[in-house]
Design a protein around this ligand. Sequence first.
Ligand SMILES: Cc1ncc(COP(=O)(O)O)c(C=O)c1O
Length: 390
Amino acid sequence: MTEAAAEREGRARFASVADAVAALRPEAPVHCLRPHAARRAAAEFVSAFPGRVLYAVKCNPHPALLDALAAGGIHGFDVAAMREVRQVQRLLPGARCYFMNPVKARSAIETAYRDGGVRHFVVDHPTELGKLVEILGRDPEVTVVVRMTTSATGAAIHLSDKFGAGQAMAAEILGEAAALGFRPGLGFHVGSQCTVADAYRAALANAAGVADAAGVRLQCLDVGGGFPATYAGPPAPPLAAFVDAIREGLAALDLAPDAEILAEPGRALVAHASTLITRVQLRKGGRLYINDGVYGSLSEAKLARIPLPARLIRPDGAPASEQRAFELAGPTCDSLDILPDPVTLPTDADEGDWIAIDALGAYSTALATDFNGCQPETFIEVADEPPARV
Ligand SMILES: Cc1ncc(COP(=O)(O)O)c(C=O)c1O
């Protein structure tokens, strides 16, 4: 039995989120995991994508989800630090890690290569490439993926302000990596929760220009993550729209015959694999004070204005049929702990009610802090599906 399976054995399971609320009447926030949703999303992504699908561990490293993704056919993992390498090794022996953080500690490069079997490293600056050569030597089995910047088209979270090389710099690093004997590759991240498939077309056209300028035949092309999930707003476009754009872009690239095509989705694989149960602790007019917030599982709602799909659960009675907008405030003493966008709930929502927030499998607990002693720490499993809207 894997560690993840063992851990899962000990976790309470319920038929639905509503059943869990009725049985537990939880005072503290509860994350309701849906490993079946992660497994299904993984299987769908693996069958649609024309290459190898890696899961971005940072998005949600919960063992039950890593286990489910592996069951869905994902055996490669995008890691950002040694702790993630160790976690993947421990939970999923035989899985392969890809070190996709463009800035790495020297000790992490060495240990990941030597003990973690890592052979793929991302760089976005000549100095980082220099670090790789000094530490690993000119190993022809190592793939160096040069991370390019992208424009901000259609993403909720732009990921090129901090990382990525512009065209000329990317071409220079790519040429240098090839000259050093590494397997040369290009990669990008169009930004997280990207709803515009053309962003991938544009990034792949940029990759073609960079490879051309460097005079290098690519042995790896990494389209990154960014694939969207549906939240409270309009539905996200289907995965097929993104895959079509990627296929088109790849067709125009000069790839080596044995070139690897990689994707590193996080959000799209696990967003629907958890619903959070919070409890209302006080109502003040149109504001509900709940027991999780910006410093806990809900920071993306503040930082990226990702609209939360919220629903009221009241096991002992029927809530009002009319709805209104409420502001949600978290449990800490900090005035920043107020969500910027209202949620729509029955007009009589009040202390003691529970609010289920769906589509919280991505960047929720992974970003949660223990500020004010409020870190969510209860995980259960539910067998239901999230509401059709998400
Ligand atoms: C390098 C890298 N790859 C993949 C991901 C996953 O992105 P997403 O969850 O938008 O698919 C991220 C997210 O920050 C990232 O930084």
